[in-house]
Ligand binder design. Structure first.
Ligand code: OXD
Length: 328
């Protein structure tokens, strides 16, 4: 019964709600799709905003307002418009039994792989050092770091982690993937996988470039602290494209200042936008991007969400259904 369904788009970023509404409407022409009036696009586009009597069957979006679930008591599922669902699982109003569904790849894996490869090639070809030398007008050639001297450890071997691991392995870097439970990097040649708390110290000790791709859960919060950083190979790097809360900020800075770590490439932060006063901005060994490693590809993602809604309406279990106890 797709024709009569009502979908609410509730997105905290201006412009995103309208884009989602447009793309979903193309794929579900018979559905009624409205933007939450309490979001920026709902406020600026009253013609597309949900009126007071609009009770949605499904909702899609990012960081919904605090009272969303009170206002929408008939929801059958919430679809995250991003890869992560921590913004939803920490929402105080989220009904405990409401199914939460996340995007699966939806075009993000290629972008994420590009971002991580770019960081690795930057490291291997010593571009950070060249940037410092350029500031001093120093002409001095450096030998590239051989790829075999840059073993990469990927934390989180879900859909994105597996695709990134494959791309990095194909580029010739030694790669290990770490996950909470047993998981095979299926079909990915050259990727060794490790799992479980007992293997964590060995995984870190084998890693020089730590790439974080795990979801934020109570288990992963503060996972990368002074003790974890101290286990990495010398002249290590941290590349964080997952969530800022995985890393203890002060411990990362201390490891960089002591020379234990060579550098960090950070795309995500505990507080976003990163506050102007945060020391990461000015640290000479930190490179920052504004949560830009893999922006949601709205057309591909809307097609995926439309297919998942159709599957759920038929009574099927969609891919990407979040296990609320595990947190992803
Ligand atoms: C995310 C995203 O979950 O940007 O961080 O998709």
């Amino acid at each position: 019964m797709i024709g009569g369904m009502r979908i609410l788009v509730t997105h905290s970023e201006p412009g995103a709600g309208l884009a989602w509404r447009r793309e979903l409407a193309e794929r579900l022409p018979d559905a009624r799709i409205a933007i939450d009036a309490a979001t920026p696009d709902g406020a600026s586009e009253p013609a597309h905003a949900a009126g007071p009597g609009f009770e949605a069957d499904w909702a899609v979006g990012w960081s919904p307002p605090a009272d969303l679930f009170e206002r929408q008591p008939r929801l059958r599922a919430f679809f995250s418009s991003g890869a992560g669902v921590d913004h939803l699982l920490r929402h105080p109003g989220l009904p405990p039994a409401l199914p939460v569904v996340r995007l699966e790849d939806a075009g993000m894996a290629t972008l994420m792989a590009d971002y991580c490869l770019h960081a690795l090639l930057h490291i291997a070809h010593r571009h950070d050092e060249y940037a410092r030398r350029q500031a001093e007008r120093r002409w001095h050639e450096l030998a590239p770091i051989p790829r075999e001297a840059l073993p990469v450890g990927i934390v989180g071997m879900g859909v994105l982690g597996t695709r990134v691991a494959g791309a990095i392995a194909r580029a010739g870097f030694p790669v290990r993937g770490f996950s909470r439970g047993p998981r095979r990097a299926e079909g990915v040649e050259g990727v060794e996988t490790m799992h479980g708390a007992a293997r964590w110290p060995d995984f870190l000790a084998a890693t020089r470039v730590l790439v974080l791709l795990a979801p934020r859960t109570p288990e992963t919060e503060d996972l990368i602290d002074a003790a974890a950083l101290a286990r990495l190979r010398p002249d290590g790097w941290v590349v964080n494209v997952a969530r800022g809360a995985l890393v203890v900020d002060a411990d990362l800075i201390a490891a960089l200042d002591s020379g234990r770590l060579a550098g960090a490439v950070l795309d995500v932060f505990r507080e976003e936008p990163l506050p102007e006063s945060h020391p990461f901005w000015h640290h000479p060994r930190i490179r920052i991007t504004p949560h830009a490693s893999a922006p949601t590809q709205v057309a591909v993602s809307a097609a995926q969400v439309a297919a998942k809604i159709a599957a759920m309406a038929r009574g099927e279990t969609p891919g990407g259904l979040v296990d609320r106890a595990r947190g992803y």
